[in-house]
Ligand binder design. Structure first.
Ligand SMILES: [Mg+2]
Length: 266
């Protein structure tokens, strides 16, 4: 039976506000004497994605994220050695909870799952201190454990970060579920140690094609949801069951599908 649900944080529970999007990049770059075009932000994020996707090492390295941010700045037209300084400034701002907003569906779902007796954990690849997360977003008492890559030392999908989260709650992998927006980091990371997984593809996240409710062959047991609001029915409908989660029926009428246009993929 499901005893614990672990959540990815960025783009699953929270999203960055304007400070960490085009106009924020313009502001932080201007402070360093770098000129960028904020209108190019979304395209720049897409072009910079390989900087993170091609990293094979799973140890946390701040420079990787600074390189990624600098690439976004360069794709927005920024030039010169000060781009590194601006990228470092923005990377450091990424650690502050006050730049982020909680998705509307997050709090009611966390409360519903906790009220049903499930333990809730956070597993994040960012450097943001997660001990501030619950109090900042008024979720006190709901989060039983959290593991942040910068503090732990390894990134998702390294198995050790999932194992550390499970150990801190004291729940076996087979009785836990990971919910996140990254197939590589959240879904594959969790499944490799025997956790079940649910992929979140948020409607309205700049997704243009119909929502794909299946990840295809080999992922039949990974439900794809468009909102966290789908979780209680998915996880609590048959709480005594130890069988894998069933994927919802294919639904091509949904509002979105495809990649995440925002900065940071996980
Ligand atoms: Mg994420």
């Amino acid at each position: 039976m499901t005893q614990a649900v672990f959540f990815d944080v960025d783009f699953t529970l929270i999203y960055p506000g304007p400070t960490l999007q085009g106009e924020g990049y313009e502001f932080f770059c201007a402070r360093r004497g770098v000129t960028v075009d904020p209108a190019m932000f979304r395209a720049a994020v897409a072009k910079a994605a390989p900087v993170l996707d091609e990293v094979k090492a799973h140890n946390y390295d701040a420079q990787v994220f600074i390189d990624y941010t600098r690439t976004i700045i360069e794709q927005m037209g920024g030039r010169g050695p000060a781009t590194e300084l601006a990228a470092t400034d923005i990377y450091e701002e990424w650690a502050a909870c006050h730049h982020f907003f909680l998705y509307d569906d997050a709090e009611p779902v966390l409360r519903a799952l906790a009220a049903a007796g499930l333990r809730i954990g956070l597993i994040s690849n960012t450097q943001r201190p997660l001990d501030e997360f619950a109090s900042h977003f008024a979720l006190d008492g709901l989060i039983s454990a959290s593991v942040s890559s910068a503090q732990f030392g390894y990134l998702k999908p390294h198995p050790s970060i999932f194992e550390a989260a499970l150990a801190s709650i004291g729940v076996p992998a087979g009785e836990s579920v990971m919910v996140g927006d990254s197939v590589t980091h959240d879904i594959e990371g969790a499944r490799q140690i025997g956790m079940r997984a649910v992929l979140l593809r948020r409607a309205g996240a700049g997704l243009t094609s119909p929502l794909q409710r299946s990840l295809g062959a080999g992922y039949e047991d990974v439900p794809v949801i468009a909102s966290l609001s789908e979780l209680p029915a998915l996880l609590l409908a048959n709480p005594e069951s130890r069988t894998p989660l069933a994927a919802p029926e294919s639904d091509t009428s949904g509002p979105g599908g495809g990649g995440n246009p925002e900065s940071r993929p996980s």
